[in-house]
Design a binder for this molecule. Structure first.
Ligand code: 5AD
Ligand code: FES
Length: 423
């Protein structure tokens, strides 16, 4: 499928004419990854963040938000729940939090691998190379890092430079730019991680051309996992104010952050990257609680990520407002999802649900490395002075008042050496 055809589908709005796209995507899904729906237990381990992404409710500038960081024991407890539910994977996600130290995270990964059969996916933002190396050595299997948009200017405008202090001493040693992020993805692949990326749909200022290019970039990057979801306005972010003006500039070329557009992108991603694992995301369920997740699964997706984050923390992980399943317990989501999956004639996947190409374990080989290298631009200039961060960055975890677990967070986590120490 070429750019022109992708654009034609993205601009198609008639239900009847979209039917062949849904059918083609569903057939490609069945052929390439089968009827199993893999469940990945999501644990949102910290909402601290040093970045200022213009769309995200966790941005450092959102000072009203209470911040938390889970202890290693709490994370292990969630992972055990994933095992009990029969999930094959745990996904540890956070803001970009230097308080999650390299060694602390490596310990968590080692414990997860020693004490559970789970595949471990990390989604901890842009980190120093040595951190990624260490976590891979500790046993981490996969890494998710969305590139958000393939338009360099748009990317730069929604990922502003870090604050003045950090600008002088960027803690991960990379300039925040699209090229840098793609370079990290390339590096993750070299290190032997399965890699996942993706974009938001309907970012103010995102045009149809941008989105078509995003889809082509999925194919060029040869991703193992592709996560896409609609952009949802968070009132405490710059895009809440600037969104309308940015959309006005894009005019008729502005991509709507709509449910149908999300299905189109899922379907096209499946057709372009038949073997990828593609989740039907929470952001989609947020737009249509009744049927969003199921329709995603019927139009190309094969993964769901039930949320295992303890409730007191989950409400604080507010990337965008009114997230689906904000108040449901993991048990409720588990039962609900099982029913939903079976209601559309699919089965709940067993085992880790590795990317089909990597089943049985993948090690960096020359052909693979070569294949992954082409689409990435040169790695940007690296700045890696020996430096330390001021303690104030990311703030001390405030925890959630009044709960036993939050007291553990606020009081530190002595079981993980260096866990709270700032890099
Ligand atoms: N609306 C939709 N998705 C968002 N994300 C962050 N903020 C928003 C928002 N306001 C997505 C980004 C990020 C992922 C973890 O959540 O794509 O990579
Ligand atoms: Fe959470 Fe249905 S998946 S309530």
């Amino acid at each position: 499928m070429d750019r022109k055809q992708i654009l034609q589908w993205l601009r198609e709005n008639e239900d009847r004419r979209l039917e062949p796209l849904w059918r083609q995507a569903d057939a490609a899904r069945r052929r390439s990854v089968g009827d199993e729906v893999h469940l990945r237990g999501l644990v949102e381990i910290s909402n601290h963040c040093v970045r200022e992404c213009a769309y995200c409710g966790l941005r450092a500038g959102h000072r009203q938000l209470n911040r938390y960081r889970m202890s290693a024991d709490e994370i292990l407890q969630c992972a055990r729940q994933a095992v009990a539910f029969g999930y094959g994977t745990v996904v540890l996600q956070s803001g970009e939090d230097p308080g999650l130290t390299a060694e602390g995270m490596a310990d968590v990964v080692r414990r997860l691998k020693a004490e559970t059969p789970l595949a471990v996916t990390l989604s901890l933002g842009e980190r120093r190379d040595e951190d990624l190396v260490r976590w891979r050595a500790a046993g981490a299997d996969r890494y998710l890092l969305r590139f958000e948009t393939s338009n360099r200017e748009l990317y730069a405008s929604i990922h502003p430079p870090l604050g003045a202090a950090l600008e002088r001493r960027p803690w991960h040693g990379l300039r925040p730019c699209l090229g840098g992020r793609l370079a990290i993805l390339r590096r993750l692949r070299e290190l032997g991680y399965e890699i996942g990326s993706g974009v938001m749909i309907g970012i103010p200022g995102q045009t149809y051309d941008d989105l078509a290019r995003d889809l082509e970039l999925f194919r060029e990057l040869d991703l193992d996992m592709i996560g896409v979801g609609p952009f949802i306005v968070h009132p405490a972010t710059p895009l809440a104010e600037e969104g309308a003006a940015r959309c006005a500039v894009a005019g008729a070329d502005q991509v709507p952050a709509s449910e149908p557009m999300t299905y189109k992108v899922i379907a096209l991603a499946r057709i372009l990257c038949p073997q990828a694992n593609i989740p039907s995301t929470t952001a989609l369920a947020t737009l249509n609680l009744a049927r969003g997740r199921e329709q995603g699964l019927e139009r190309g997706a094969n993964v769901i990520m039930p949320n295992l984050t303890p409730l007191p923390y989950r409400v604080l992980y507010e990337i965008y407002p009114a997230k689906a399943c904000l108040r449901e317990t993991p048990q409720m989501c588990h039962a609900c999802l099982q029913t939903r999956i079976e209601s559309i004639g699919r089965t709940v996947g067993v085992g880790r649900g590795d990317s089909p190409r990597y089943r049985g374990g993948w090690t960096a080989g020359p052909s693979r490395a070569k294949k992954g290298t082409a689409p990435f631009p040169q790695q940007p200039g690296r700045v890696q002075p020996p430096f330390s961060l001021p303690r104030a960055i990311g703030g001390e975890p405030s925890g959630h008042p009044g709960t036993a677990t939050s007291r553990a967070v606020a009081g530190g986590t002595p079981d993980v050496p260096g866990w709270k120490e700032v890099v």
